[in-house]
Design a protein around this ligand. Structure first.
Ligand code: ADE
Length: 225
């Protein structure tokens, strides 16, 4: 899977992609990520990328020309499964959309800032508008990092334990059961006996029942899905 990300703040995306699972996914060449600095497509000597909005009102809007030039340059070279724009009024990201997107080969992401991007970019290029939740971020970069991370971990070969992503919360619309590690006893707090029993069938059943009751308690809406 290849991700192209257009941003005016590329520094924001350095750390999220440089560690742990995402770093290894790139080293294994299962995932590649290219961050494109919108400023390079800015207008005039100051490389302007935003301007006042027509009709008045507070807040700047990201201009059509730099974005259009940047996107066109990428579209000249590549074909995309989706061109995603991050916005609070987009479709809310969930595990089902993560799984679906992970089946593609190349995704282009556009990170907005300020009041957003000129609507004509959305009309002409964007195939999917995506929100990471009902709250407002300062820009799309953190949303892009969330999407790259969540997609990458379900791509086969990215996690060492092949089954691991399949047992994540939300796969099967269930939250994950509790987990424990050594020691088995700490300050009079005990690990459930069944997990020490070595009986795989019993452990599987216990985890399933726990997942079910936790989901019932915390997110009953998932069970209805
Ligand atoms: N940009 C600003 N807020 C956002 C959100 N909640 N999701 C995606 N992109 C955003």
């Amino acid at each position: 899977m290849h991700f192209d990300i257009i941003t005016c703040l590329p520094e924001l995306l350095v750390s999220p992609f440089s560690h742990s699972i995402l770093r290894r996914a790139q080293m294994k060449e299962i995932v590649s990520i290219e961050v494109h600095n919108l400023r390079e497509y800015g207008i005039g000597p100051h490389k302007q990328i935003d301007d006042y909005q027509y009709g008045g009102g507070a807040g700047m809007v990201m201009m059509i020309e730099p974005l259009s030039n940047c996107i066109d340059a990428l579209l000249d070279k590549n074909q995309y499964d989706e061109v995603i724009y991050f916005t609070p009024d987009g479709e809310t990201l969930d595990q089902a959309s993560v799984n679906r997107l992970s089946l593609g080969e190349r995704i282009l992401m556009i990170c907005g800032h300020y009041k957003g991007i000129d609507q004509r970019i959305r009309d002409k290029y964007v195939t999917l508008e995506m929100s990471v939740g009902d709250y407002v971020l300062s820009g799309g970069e953190l949303a892009a990092a969330i999407l790259v991370d969540s997609i990458s971990r379900v791509i086969p070969g990215v996690l060492n334990d092949a089954a691991s992503a399949l047992t994540d919360s939300f796969q099967d619309n269930l939250l994950a059961p509790p987990v424990y590690t050594r020691p088995a006893e700490f300050k009079d707090m005990h690990v459930p006996k069944v997990l020490l029993s070595g009986d795989d069938a019993k452990i599987r059943e216990w985890r399933y029942q726990k997942a079910l009751s936790i989901t019932q308690d915390k997110r009953p809406d998932l069970l209805i899905k």
